[in-house]
Ligand binder design. Structure first.
Ligand SMILES: [Zn+2]
Length: 132
């Protein structure tokens, strides 16, 4: 796990405040493609419904993103199914990048928390769920 991956997992597990963590994730030179790929992978992995990923928890996450509902990435996530939405987010102009990462980090925090409190509850062996 690299530093960014460790940070993402700490944010998801409430070991670092969401907004502080987001700030740390996006400071200096951050690699959008790398963060996007990591978060995309993490989100899909954390959702049990592998056919379309459109779970109740995913919907709850998308509908509670802490950004204005009129922002383009939020609109896309609310309007399209997960697979289509992620394809669209990947090719948005650069000035949407930080908003996109904010959305994905929020979604992962919600979907990972759901997984930790359900299927991971009695021990799961996910090494990233063992960090301090
Ligand atoms: Zn786990």
């Amino acid at each position: 796990m690299n530093q960014k991956e460790l940070l993402i997992n700490k944010i998801a597990q409430d070991k670092i405040d969401f907004h502080l963590g987001l700030h740390l994730l996006l400071e200096d030179k951050y690699d959008f493609k790398q963060l996007f790929t990591t978060l995309h992978y993490y989100i899909l992995n954390s959702i049990p419904e592998k056919s379309d990923y459109n779970s109740k928890t995913y919907q709850k996450a998308v509908n509670s993103i802490p950004l204005r509902p009129t922002y383009t990435p939020v609109v896309i996530l609310q309007k399209f199914s997960p697979k289509i939405a992620f394809n669209k987010l990947a090719v948005l102009p650069e000035n949407e990048n930080k908003k996109t990462i904010t959305c994905l980090l929020w979604i992962f925090k919600i979907t990972d928390t759901e997984r930790r409190t359900t299927e991971c509850k009695n021990g799961c062996g996910h090494f990233w769920h063992e960090i301090n």
